[in-house]
Design a protein around this ligand. Sequence first.
Ligand code: N01
Length: 530
Amino acid sequence: MTDVDVVVVGAGFAGLRALHTLRERGHSVAVLEAGDGIGGVWHWNRYPGARCDVRSHDYSYGFDPDLEQEWRWTERYATQPEILRYVDHVVERFDLARDVHLHTRVTRMVFGDGGWDVETTAGAWRARFVVMATGQLSVPKDPELPGQDDFTGTVLHTARWPKEGVDLSGKRVGVIGTGSSGTQLIPVVAEQAAHLTVFQRTPNFSIPATNAPVDDAEDAAVKAVYRERREAARTSPTGLSFPVSRESALEVDPEERRRHYEEQWPTTGFGFLLAYRDLMLDEAANATVADFVRAKITEKVTKPELLPHLLPEGYPFGAKRPPVDSGYFETFNRDDVDLVDVRDTPVTGFTPRGLQTTEREVELDVVVFATGFDAMTGALLKPEIVGRDGLTLREAWSGGPRTYLGVQVAGFPNLFVIAGPGSPSLLSNVLLSIEQHVDWVADLLEAAGERGADVIEADAAAQDRWVDHVNERAEATLYPQARSYYMGDDVPGKPRVFTPYVGGVRGYTRVLDKVVADGYDGFHLTAAAR
Ligand code: N01
């Protein structure tokens, strides 16, 4: 049994930042990581075409001005290998590797005597505090199709892509799933493979990526105002540093609105969602942007028979997270690419030679699941977490995740979640939200220490109020109108609850600040009985 002040679970961006900050604040820290490398989601998601849809200068740590100045991003939207090089640089620069334990999967954690006993596949730890830095999109999901063992080809998942890569040349490839991962992967696979079949369930509103190399002038311009840029992000709704429209889509005349969309479309990437302030609040406003995006898709697709299958209908634009793509829709114009709409002809299972639909057998050498994740709660519920009085997190969350501020769960003292359910998390620039939570938790530990307290626990009534507030805010938006992982629709049987906090980074920051100003209102800070 190894004794430390803090066990951090996960060695992605959140775990590494927690390690650095908590160590700086004088705590002994062990980071436990199931994988064989550092980098979290960027370690695992190595599929061809993987890159970030937040600008590199923003999707990077903001805690150290020197780090910010010395790192040189080569592209506006970094590729997975470049992000991993950045992670390696940070690990080396801040001497982080010595406290990271790889191949160490947490299997069970039990609270008792004011701290946690942490069982893993590689030994046991005892820690006063545990920080769950397990990510929002880290437990991949397979469609569980019958007959997979009989398939003589190769089955891959975008989130578990082999490190050594896969040679797809000359292969007949099938990709199931057209979310962000599928949308990035599909154009690249179409270039490499002999033939590609895309199995699509829900057509997506996709926004064009606005990637380009970062030249020296652009890099210098960002670095000259980097501090101000970070501050602007911290006080923005999304944690991104671009300005947000204060106008309603319904207050401008249609021609002016169309001009505005045309202007924003090729330049804003994911920020297109913010072209008007009410796109996610008002159905009529949303319809204007949904029509605009459908018209853009129609322009790109030259096979008219595919349009009824590729045009997203029946849910608001943005209510499922829109991918950003490079040539996704154009890929379907190729003669060596087929689309199977699984709403019409569902996949019933594998055969030895490929996939069977209700209509035909599709012969394949490689099947790729781009089917996403058990989002937001998957990694938190994977180990058995036993809090006060034998209550497990699975029991506490049987009706959906409940947290206070997305940071703590009543009944689970001294356990903290980074960018968890009930915080802006996946609706924000998650890297900024991660850093915000790490700093906030570090301050909370310090404040507790100053009061002679070493047990920190969310109050159940405060948690109830926060959950109600999170739900009320979500219900005032269009998000619940789509089947999405925001709503828990990603896994059959998962409770249908809106999971991230939709109140925005700026609004959420005000809430956190007020809780601190009120003496950590809603938390019990006590001394463990000795
Ligand atoms: O996962 P997803 P993802 N049969 O859940 C389909 C981040 N990310 O890995 O929509 C058939 O979005 C499913 O269909 P449906 C980003 O936050 C970022 O693509 O449920 N199809 C959907 O099409 C993103 O949102 C970047 O009907 C099935 C797809 O699989 C998040 O990760 C890049 C199915 C899953 O889409 C997740 O993206 C990549 C089944 N049984 C990821 N089950 C960037 O930075 C699922 N599907 C750009």
